[in-house]
Every structure is written in structure tokens, then in C-alpha cells.
Design a protein around this ligand. Structure first.
Ligand SMILES: NC(=O)c1ccc[n+]([C@@H]2O[C@H](COP(=O)([O-])OP(=O)(O)OC[C@H]3O[C@@H](n4cnc5c(N)ncnc54)[C@H](OP(=O)(O)O)[C@@H]3O)[C@@H](O)[C@H]2O)c1
Length: 358
């Protein structure tokens, strides 16, 4: 077993409260905002920010009945009682993020409409995503305290290139490459919804343009499948997808020619790393593990023999061909990835077992 989930919760190896620089965030008080606090990525980021010494304002949305959600997995985190404050905000009400953002030095915008079972149109999802984003960005300017804004973008914004920018047909892509929505639309088998691809592209573009025009420092993290342990109670969709061979949901289209992945803790570490750099700007691809489908199959069968893996004829199985993602920009800035395939899969499986999903 790789890194232990409990160790992660206890912040093994991270700077501790009391370290002078831990909460200095450039020049300020160390107050930061994380949107979509209940989610897989955001809850882990909040845990790491608290451990690092930051004071965190997390936004959550009210559930359909307007009732409060059970978010004890956030409020019971180490240091939460002293330094975590929960606010209610919804992308459908762009102004609702304002109170949470006021006085913050940085904002991590992680919330996104992610419901795969939703029948909402591409236009509806994109409108909600972009209007919510613009409300958050305007609140950042109004606050006059926000130095840097982070957007969690997705590798779908670079995967579907036409090849002219270095991507296409299995090539390596860097931050200069953008997906072409038409290339995505022309794919025979779509493993991700068009509303997700279009809304992520629209939001990342709008955030970067806003930064150029307003002077707000905008950083976008372009991430592939995020996998590893989780503290949120529901099964993260990216964990479900990455473990398709174990869950048996591969028939639902979740097999890729190449698995581009990153450990959840490396995502949080990269965001905090970029938060604390004097200079950080624009897009950063954050991807560390790339495995071909047969390598994943071999790895899971030999490392986790307790699971009955399907006998897939990998050579004849039609799978999506994916690009290589280059994280050179992030690594040139000094960031080092800490986790590989072992920790990614072992952490995910351990959390799934702990919650009865496996
Ligand atoms: N996980 C990955 O592999 C991956 C890869 C690339 C990029 N990303 C990006 O990372 C971010 C987080 O992903 P995740 O995997 O952590 O997803 P997640 O667990 O589904 O979290 C999504 C969060 O967004 C919130 N949200 C949804 N609709 C909202 C609305 N109308 N108003 C306010 N909040 C809303 C959800 O709140 P509820 O709890 O109320 O539903 C939840 O907290 C997303 O932007 C995603 O595009 C993720």
C-alpha cells in the first residue's frame, strides 16, 4: 500500500501551523476562498490549505430542498474549527460568492456543474458555468484584496486538437494547444459530454481573458483524470472512471487508449505551490502518470489480484486515443510531483473500500 490515507489527513511532511511563512500568501493574512467545497478536488485542497496554515472560506451550495448539507467531513478536518468558514453560494446566482470572497487574498474556483445524469443542454450548462465564473471574477476585483485567481480547468481543453499545435493523433501537447470543439464533436465515441468540454473551454478562456483585461493574476490548472484517496462521502466520478476495469463499468465507455492521470494530492500541492510563487501566470498542465491501457490492465491484475478483472480483448477493443500531456511549464517553475501509479490506484481503492464502494 502506498501513502496512507490517515497520514494524508494528518498532513505528513507538510509545513505546520506556526511556521512563519506558512500563512503569508505573498504579503497578506492567508485568507483564501475555495468554491465547490463539498467536491472531491476542493475538499482535499481545503484539507491541505488548512494544514498549511491558511484560513479558508469554502462555498457550498444548498441542497435542492434548501436544507443544510452534512459537511462534517469538512468541518471536522484538523484546524477547521479555528480556520474554516462555510458560505453558501451557487453558480446560478453569480453574486452569491461575493461575501465569501471579500477580504481574501486568493480564490480557487473549483465548483463546476458535474452531474453526468443531467439532461441539460450544452448552452444551459455553459451559461451557468460562465455567468457563475464572471460573478466570481467580478467579486475578486470588487474585493480589492484578491491577488491571484485559480481556475481548475481540464485536459479536455487540450485533448481534442487538430494536430496543428503539436497535439493530434497521440502527440505531446503543452499549454499552447487548445482543443477544437469540432474535432471533439466529430469523434465517433464520446467519453465525455459535449456540455463538459464546451463549458470548460468557455470558462478557461473567459478567465484568462478577464485576467488580461483587468490585471487580476489568473492561473489555470489543466488537469487530466484526478485519482487517489478522497475525503468526500460520494464516489468521485474520476475515481469511478479510472477504476473502470475493477468496477466493471468499462462498457459505459470508460476505457482509454492512454490513461493520463494525476494524484489528488499533487493537484492540491501544485495549486498551493503556484499560490506561493511570486510569479505565476496563465495555464499550467498538471499531469504526472501516463499508462497505456494494457499497462493499466497488467498493473491492476498483478497489484490487486483480489479483484476479478474483465477479460478484455484489448487489441480489438475500440478505445479513445489520447495525447501525452507535457507538465514541463509547471516543473520548470520548480514543482515536483510526489506520487506515481502505485499511490494513485492504491489510495483510490483504499478509500473506495473504506466507504463500501468496493
Ligand atoms: N476529477 C477530475 O478528474 C477532474 C479533472 C479535470 C478537471 N476537474 C475539475 O475540477 C473541478 C472539481 O471536480 P471534482 O472531480 O472535484 O468534481 P465534484 O466532486 O463533482 O465537485 C464539483 C463541485 O461543484 C459543485 N457545484 C456543482 N454545481 C454547482 C452550482 N450550480 N453552484 C455551486 N457549486 C456547484 C458541487 O456541489 P454539490 O456537492 O452541491 O454537487 C461540488 O462541490 C471541476 O471544475 C472539474 O471540471 C476535475
Amino acid at each position: 500500500m502506498g501513502r496512507d490515507e490517515e497520514d494524508d489527513k494528518n498532513g505528513g511532511g507538510e509545513r505546520r501551523l506556526g511556521d512563519e511563512t506558512a500563512s503569508s500568501l505573498l504579503d497578506g493574512t492567508g485568507l483564501v476562498c475555495v468554491t465547490g467545497g463539498t467536491g472531491f478536488v476542493a475538499s482535499w485542497l481545503i484539507m491541505r490549505l488548512l494544514q498549511r496554515g491558511y484560513s479558508v472560506r469554502a462555498t457550498v451550495r444548498a441542497n435542492a430542498e434548501g436544507n443544510k448539507k452534512d459537511i462534517c467531513y469538512l468541518t471536522e478536518l484538523p484546524f477547521a474549527s479555528e480556520r474554516l468558514k462555510i458560505f453558501t453560494a451557487d453558480l446560478n446566482e453569480p453574486e452569491s460568492f461575493k461575501p465569501a470572497i471579500e477580504g481574501c487574498k486568493a480564490v480557487f474556483h473549483v465548483a463546476h456543474p458535474m452531474d453526468p445524469s443531467s439532461n441539460e443542454s450544452e448552452e444551459t450548462v455553459t451559461k451557468r458555468t460562465v455567468q457563475g465564473l464572471m460573478g466570481i471574477l467580478n467579486s475578486c476585483l470588487d474585493a480589492k484584496t484578491v491577488k491571484r485567481f485559480f481556475y481548475t480547468s481540464s485536459a479536455v481543453t487540450v485533448f481534442y486538437g487538430d494536430g496543428s499545435g503539436g497535439g493530434g493523433n497521440g502527440g505531446e501537447v503543452d499549454e499552447s494547444v487548445w482543443s477544437d470543439v469540432e474535432v471533439f464533436r466529430n469523434q465517433k465515441e464520446k467519453r465525455v459530454s459535449s456540455s463538459y468540454v464546451v463549458s470548460k473551454m468557455a470558462a478557461e478562456t473567459a478567465a484568462l481573458e478577464f485576467g488580461e483585461k483587468s490585471g487580476l493574476e489568473v492561473v489555470t490548472l489543466v488537469i487530466p483524470l484526478v485519482v487517489g484517496p478522497f475525503i468526500s462521502p460520494s464516489l468521485p466520478s474520476s475515481v469511478f472512471i479510472s477504476l473502470a476495469m475493477i468496477f466493471g463499468n468499462y462498457k459505459e465507455k470508460y476505457l482509454f487508449d492512454t490513461y493520463n492521470m494525476v494524484h489528488i494530492d499533487d493537484v492540491a500541492r501544485a495549486m498551493i505551490y503556484l499560490l506561493e510563487r511570486p510569479i505565476a501566470k496563465g495555464r499550467y498542465i498538471c499531469s504526472s502518470v501516463e499508462m497505456k491501457i494494457d499497462e493499466v490492465f497488467e498493473f491492476l491484475s498483478s497489484r490487486f489480484p483480489q479483484f476479478q478483472l474483465p477479460s478484455i480483448d484489448l487489441k480489438n477493443y475500440k478505445v479513445e486515443k489520447r495525447m501525452s500531456l507535457s507538465s514541463k511549464k509547471l516543473m520548470s517553475a520548480g514543482f515536483e510531483f510526489k506520487y506515481g501509479a502505485e499511490e494513485i490506484f492504491a489510495g483510490a481503492i483504499k478509500s473506495c473500500q473504506a466507504r463500501g464502494f468496493l
